[in-house]
Design a protein around this ligand. Structure first.
Ligand code: CA
Length: 340
């Protein structure tokens, strides 16, 4: 097979066609002042055995979200290739420079990896990494699992995320995978139709796609990590890549929600955000959502914030300090309400 530009520029130290377990990296060229022919080594692992689907598992798309990368590292170390039917390709710290810096975006080029797909093999580092995933990995894949958490700025109800399918069949497969994950809720998130996310790019490439949101705040949540560990194994068993006994029985299907165009509560003032409700609280559009306080101007009355959608409080900003344009709250609306 003729190698495309991305493969030539970003060689991998693993052979994706070889059976067994390999742990290595793909090398993104990074010619710095102190390292003329250096690279950014992005960790990658392959566990392959016999016939079955190829599943690509991604963590660290944002560098301050940890439940996914921890779960993938454990699977890389623990899974015996003999128990795999198909191929697992792990990229547990995909935005390696952001993960090393514990930042959402890359310290090299300031780019949010999840707004730069399909990437560019001749672009800056984050775009080159995205191009490797899009141009080299996605064509090998049948399923893409993208493990996110809320990151430093948000706390989100641990949940499976449903990427809207490009066809009814793909949508059904995405919902089935999210259901198999076994979280209490699953949320359809289209990021306002933005095609530059990893999951949107994978869906365009025809893969079955499942995502997560796992708490956040830049910490490791005990409960979200336990859910993530179970959920990823549940999805792999659902796909038939690992045996059924790897899965934890799920008592009931998730409640389905979606983020509508009115989900987000955006601040217009420079101040300190006071939330009113805990995550999971049922709220209505127009209801008081929070207040912005002006703590250096004690005589100034706080500004009220209001929800813009009916549903549950799905995500909440973590830092109290806010500036105009910050997202303070996210409301997830029951998905059933829109079904015919
Ligand atoms: Ca994220």
């Amino acid at each position: 097979m003729e190698r495309n530009t991305t493969q030539q520029l970003t060689p991998a130290t693993v052979d994706f066609d070889k059976p067994g377990k390999q742990i290595g990296a793909f090398h993104v060229p990074f010619s710095a002042h102190d390292d003329a022919w250096g690279v950014v080594p992005v960790p990658v692992a392959v566990i392959s055995n016999g016939k079955g689907p190829t599943v690509i598992l991604e963590g660290g798309n944002h560098g301050d979200e940890y439940e996914g990368p921890i779960t993938l590292g454990e699977l890389i170390r623990d899974l015996d290739p003999a128990s795999v039917s198909g191929r697992l390709i792990f990229i547990p710290a995909i935005n390696q420079p952001a993960v090393m810096a514990a930042q959402r975006v890359s310290p090299i080029d300031g780019i949010n990896m999840n707004r730069t797909f399909p990437g560019d093999p001749l672009g800056t580092t984050t775009r080159q990494i995205a191009a490797f995933v899009n141009d080299v990995l996605f064509p090998m894949g049948d399923v893409f699992i993208d493990l996110h958490s809320g990151g430093s700025s948000l706390d989100i109800i641990p949940s499976a995320v449903i990427e809207p399918g490009k066809s009814p069949e793909q949508h059904e497969a995405n919902v089935a995978a999210a259901t198999a994950f076994g979280a209490p809720i699953a949320v359809v998130i289209d990021n306002r139709g933005d095609p530059r996310t990893a999951t949107a790019s994978a869906a365009l490439a025809g893969l079955t796609v499942i995502g997560t949101e796992m708490a956040g705040g830049g910490t490791v949540s005990i409960d979200a990590l336990a859910l993530c560990r179970r959920g990823v194994r549940n999805v792999l068993a659902h796909l038939g890549v690992v045996p059924r006994h790897f899965a934890t029985p799920v008592e009931k299907p998730p409640a389905l929600f979606e983020l509508t165009s009115r989900a987000h509560v955006i601040v217009e003032d420079d101040g300190v955000f006071e939330p009113i409700h805990r995550l999971g609280t049922e709220v209505r559009a127009g209801e008081l959502a929070g207040r912005i306080h002006f703590i250096t101007q004690p005589g100034r009355k706080p500004v009220d914030l209001h929800y813009r959608a009916d549903g549950i409080v799905y995500g909440r900003r973590q830092p109290g300090r806010v500036r105009p344009g910050n997202c303070c709250l996210v409301v997830a609306t029951p998905y059933e309400s829109k079904k015919p």
